[in-house]
Design a protein around this ligand. Structure first.
Ligand SMILES: Nc1ncnc2c1ncn2[C@@H]1O[C@H](COP(=O)(O)OP(=O)(O)OP(=O)(O)O)[C@@H](O)[C@H]1O
Length: 256
């Protein structure tokens, strides 16, 4: 990323998200036990692209979804016009979050989660049928259901995401081959250069390699720390494996 990677925080669409502890206590349930929420005060965004990384279950998706809903986006994914819900499974975290926005409004806002992408594709079909003809043009020219998961996903990002957008993506790598992950990385770079902001939960050591991006590591104890790319366990484990797969497999499978 160019020096624009260091844009002033007030030029970003989302500058900060803060947690109201009293509201969280009232909400109760598993959210009060989630270590990252026990530790969270406010989380500031300083870069056009921010990655949430960390072990499974550390709360990345919960926080990303809470932020998306607090921004008025559909918890199962989509833009501001998407209001479908196949199941009411999202947490009430959004009620405990205060989002500080920057001075400018994004041209579009979009929340994308791999796990509910099928439902999002169905909703695009429905909207096209009931009177949004031409909608498919933004989604690769045909129903997302007639494309493979990875093709559909890239159609969406390449066709539907304009510059100066705000994009919250939850594990966007899930359907993508390594080379398509590189294509997605390039598109994220181009869009960020064009004034977009991304907040992305990911396990992909490819995606999180974007120069100039902020990486926030969700630690198992609850802290959320800025981390360098090569310090992430995703990078280190993947690198160690690819450098010597036989040795690692011997250790793993034979207990040597
Ligand atoms: N509806 C729910 N009821 C109870 N616990 C939940 C619920 N949803 C999530 N959790 C728990 O909250 C914790 C955080 O889940 P979350 O999906 O946010 O983690 P994550 O960091 O995104 O994990 P992953 O990398 O596996 O996607 C997990 O321990 C999960 O089991």
């Amino acid at each position: 990323m160019s020096p624009r990677g260091g844009r002033a925080v007030n030029e970003l669409f989302v500058a900060e998200v803060a947690l109201d502890r009293a509201a969280l206590r009232q909400v109760g349930g598993y959210l009060t036990d989630l270590p990252c929420l026990r530790e969270l005060g406010a989380l500031a965004f300083h870069r056009p692209v921010t990655y949430f990384v960390g072990e499974n279950g550390t709360g990345k998706s919960t926080l990303l979804e809470g932020l998306a809903v607090a921004l008025g986006l559909n918890p199962e994914g989509g833009g501001r016009n998407f209001h479908f819900a196949s199941k009411e499974t999202h947490s009430p975290l959004h009620r405990c979050l205060t989002v500080t926005k920057g001075p400018y409004r994004p041209q579009t806002s979009y929340f994308l989660r791999a796990e509910s992408f099928y439902n999002l594709a169905s909703e695009v079909d429905r909207l096209e049928e009931i009177g949004a003809p031409g909608l498919f043009d933004s989604y690769g020219g045909r129903s997302l259901h007639s494309q493979s998961h990875g093709e559909a996903f890239l159609s969406l990002v390449l066709g539907r995401f304009p510059p100066r957008g705000l994009y919250l993506l939850d594990e966007p790598e899930a359907a993508l081959s390594p080379s398509r992950q590189l294509a997605l990385l390039r598109q994220i770079h181009l869009l960020a250069e064009g004034g977009s902001q991304f907040i992305i939960a990911t396990h992909s050591p490819i995606l999180m390699a974007l120069p100039g991006a902020a990486i926030l590591s969700f630690e198992e104890g609850g802290a959320i720390r800025p981390t360098a790319y090569r310090e992430t366990s995703h990078y280190q484990v993947t690198r160690a494996f690819l450098e010597a797969p036989e040795r690692m497999l011997r250790e793993l499978l034979d207990g040597e």
